[in-house]
Design a protein around this ligand. Structure first.
Ligand SMILES: [Zn+2]
Length: 227
C-alpha cells in the first residue's frame, strides 16, 4: 500500500453538504471519497465475502459489527491509496466505538505519515430540514453530485450536468423521516465530536450554512491546501 497523506473525517448531519464538499475536493485535489452506505450496497450487490456478512446482519436485524466495518474501510483504503494521496471518510465512524477501532487501524505503521483531520460541519437543524426537501442527488455512485431545487419546479426527469445520470430525491429526505434521522444523528454525533475534540486529531469547524464556494474556501484555508 502506498502511504496516504491526508485523511479527512467529515462529521455533519444529513444535508450539511458532506457530499457536495467531498465532490469539490475530489474534483480539485483528486481525493477519494468514501460513502460507507454506497460501499455496503456495492459489496452486497457484488456478493463479496464482506457483502454477504453485511447482508446477513441486516436481514437478521443486527448492527453491522465495528470489525466488519473497519475491514471494509481498510480494504477500500488499500484500493484507493494507489491513486489518491487524500481520502475523505463520510458517514464513518458514526459511533465512538467505531472511532476507537479506526484509531487502532490508523496507529499502524503504514499510517505513520498520514494526518487525520476531523471536519465538523455545523448547521442549524431547521436549515437541514429545508435543504433536504430540495435535495436531488446523482444516482451514479462514482459521481454523487448534489443539486438543489424545489420538487414543484421539476417538470421532467432531472439529469446530472456532470455525468448525464438520472438525479433522484432520496426517500429518506422526505420531511417526516428527517426529524428521526436528525435525532439519531445527534444521539451519536454529539458524543463522537466530544471524543475527537479531546483527542490529538486536528479539528476544523466549518460553518456550512454559508454558500458552498465560501465553505470550500474556508476549508482550503484551514487545511493549508492550494486549490
Ligand atoms: Zn453525476
Amino acid at each position: 500500500m502506498k502511504p496516504l497523506k491526508d485523511i479527512y473525517i467529515f462529521i455533519g448531519p444529513p444535508g450539511s453538504g458532506k457530499g457536495s464538499l467531498s465532490h469539490l475536493c475530489k474534483k480539485t485535489f483528486g481525493w477519494a471519497h468514501l460513502s460507507t452506505g454506497n460501499l455496503c450496497r456495492q459489496h452486497i450487490a457484488r456478493m463479496t465475502d464482506i457483502g454477504m456478512q453485511i447482508d446477513h446482519a441486516i436481514k437478521s436485524g443486527k448492527l453491522i459489527s465495528d470489525d466488519l466495518m473497519i475491514e471494509m474501510v481498510y480494504q477500500w483504503i488499500q484500493e484507493v491509496a494507489e491513486a489518491s494521496q487524500g481520502i475523505i471518510l463520510d458517514g464513518f465512524p458514526r459511533t465512538v466505538s467505531q472511532a476507537r477501532a479506526l484509531d487502532t487501524l490508523f496507529s499502524q505503521e503504514k499510517f505513520n505519515n498520514s494526518t487525520v483531520t476531523i471536519v465538523a460541519m455545523n448547521i442549524h437543524d431547521d436549515n437541514v430540514i429545508d435543504r433536504l426537501r430540495t435535495r436531488f442527488v446523482c444516482q451514479n455512485d462514482s459521481c454523487q453530485a448534489v443539486y438543489s431545487f424545489l420538487p414543484s419546479q421539476v417538470k421532467q426527469q432531472p439529469i446530472c450536468q456532470e455525468c448525464n445520470s438520472i438525479l433522484i430525491q432520496r426517500v429518506d429526505d422526505k420531511s417526516d423521516v428527517v426529524y428521526e434521522r436528525l435525532k439519531t444523528y445527534h444521539h451519536y454525533a454529539d458524543d463522537l465530536l466530544e471524543y475527537y475534540r479531546s483527542s490529538v486529531c486536528k479539528m476544523i469547524d466549518l460553518n456550512v450554512e454559508l454558500p458552498l464556494d465560501t465553505v470550500f474556501q474556508a476549508f482550503i484555508e484551514s487545511t493549508g491546501k492550494l486549490a
